[in-house]
Write a protein that binds this ligand. Structure first.
Ligand code: HSE
Length: 430
């Protein structure tokens, strides 16, 4: 057997501890599969005294993770600190400068700096591996980059944030409103330290930017991801979605269009009969559509100590075995110049919910705004009868252009009889 691969782990939070546990418990299996042992040689974390339930007596302890990344006795640095910049970035840059392979679970950092770091890794002849950065334990990076390499992909989409999916699922199942269920998700420890990353779509946007880059061989383009979260989703919309045969899911979607590559994260109405609609609770899923393979669906746990450690281990075993591919599938210089498609040019169907005063002529005014923008209505539901009071009116449209839909909504919002800002949710045709 070849000499052991010596690794250093920066960050001993949930994923760090899970990774050490996996490497300990599966040591023989991993050694057999990698052709050599993987040995944790050094670790770094903020608090040395904290009891993490793991034996660290045989490893070197560093207060300074950046100094650890420069340790000449280390082959691979595993960055599990998190955060787009700061120490995590310092650790990775130092490791690459020292020609050490890097494994990271850091989605924010890869979304912000992925292309530059990939170029640096290439220059130094080492791996930059990030399976754990997207969808936790789901092996989606390797699947898109390697297993589907013989396909042109038309669309990649998924449920990339477990917290949002948990909130939407629980709202539907329990009949409770958003704020109450968010509080529960935070108590259960699902939400990110800053919950706005989960519920405003930021975390999903980070992951989508990385996925799109791998799937379409394009530099990571976080700024090009249109992002909308789930704060405005109400029980009323969830009930109407059910009635119309849909489920509401926060999706990340990267799709090739005539305008270029669309990258968007927003709540979607998805037909209830599709696989993605059945992915509930904290689970994640990614769907890829290739020209030869057709539709591939991957589902699993998108967070948590052991699932994420499973992905870190996959990267470590590849490095140990000498399997090394370009971070985004092709050398950085060969990444595509395919333009990003602006959201205003997006074409799709829409669900619109209005709260209107129940009086004659309201629907005629709404219909006029749609007609003037060439938006064709597909269906309309008006619930209840309450003369002079507010009632919900729901419309669905045929495929139309986002900019026209927005202009029509601005006009509708300005009508005296429309008493709340209109709610708009895009309908996806899967
Ligand atoms: N906060 C993330 C989620 C987990 O809810 O999916 C890690 O990416």
């Amino acid at each position: 057997m070849k000499s052991a691969l010596k690794i250093a782990v920066a960050g001993l939070g949930t994923v760090g501890v899970g990774t050490l546990q996996l490497l300990d418990r599966q040591a023989e299996l991993v050694a057999t599969r990698a052709g050599r042992r993987i040995v944790v040689t050094a670790v770094s974390a903020r608090d040395r005294r904290r009891d993490r339930g793991i034996d660290l007596s045989a490893v070197r302890w560093y207060e300074d993770a950046v100094a650890m990344a420069a340790d000449p006795d280390i082959d691979v640095v595993v960055e599990l600190i998190g955060g787009a910049d700061g120490v995590a970035l310092g650790v990775i840059e130092t490791a690459l400068a020292q020609r050490k392979h890097v494994v990271t679970a850091n989605k924010a950092l890869m979304a912000e700096h992925g292309t530059r770091l990939a170029a640096r890794a290439e220059e130094m002849g080492v791996a930059l591996a990030f399976e754990a950065a997207v969808a936790g334990g789901i092996p989606v990076i390797k699947t898109l980059r390697e297993s589907l390499v013989g396909n042109r992909l038309a669309r990649v989409y998924g449920i990339l944030n477990g917290t949002s999916n948990y909130i939407l699922t629980t709202m539907r199942e329990s009949g409770r409103e958003f704020t109450e269920v968010l509080g529960e998700a935070q108590k259960l420890g699902y939400a990110e330290a800053d919950p706005s990353f989960d519920i405003d779509g930021v975390d999903a946007a980070h992951k989508l930017a990385i996925l799109a880059s791998v799937a379409f061989g394009r530099p990571v383009d976080l700024a090009g991801v249109y992002t909308e979260g789930i704060r405005h989703i109400s029980r009323l919309d969830i009930d109407f979605a059910e009635e119309l045969g849909y489920r509401i899911k926060l999706l990340g979607i990267a799709r090739l269009t005539d305008e270029g590559l669309e990258q968007r994260v927003h709540p979607c109405m998805v037909p209830r009969a599709t696989p993605i609609a059945a992915v509930e609770g904290v689970f994640n899923a990614v769907v890829a559509e290739g020209d030869f393979v057709g539709r591939v669906v991957l589902e699993g746990r998108g967070a948590g100590a052991f699932p994420t450690a499973s992905s870190v281990a996959s990267d470590l075993v590849d490095i140990a075995a000498g399997r090394h591919v370009a971070a985004f599938g092709v050398p950085v210089a060969a990444l595509s110049t395919l333009p990003g498609a602006p959201m205003e040019r997006h074409q799709g169907a829409y669900y619109i919910r209005l709260m209107v005063v129940d009086q004659p002529g309201v629907i005629a005014d709404v219909a006029a705004a749609l007609r003037d923008e060439h938006v064709s209505m597909e269906s309309m539901i008006q619930r209840g009868r309450a003369p002079g009071e507010a009632v919900p009116v729901v419309l669905t449209t045929h495929v139309t252009v986002e900019a026209a839909m927005r202009r029509a909504l601005d006009r509708i919002a300005a009508l005296a009889s429309v008493i709340e800002p209109p709610r708009m949710i895009r309908i996806e045709d899967f």
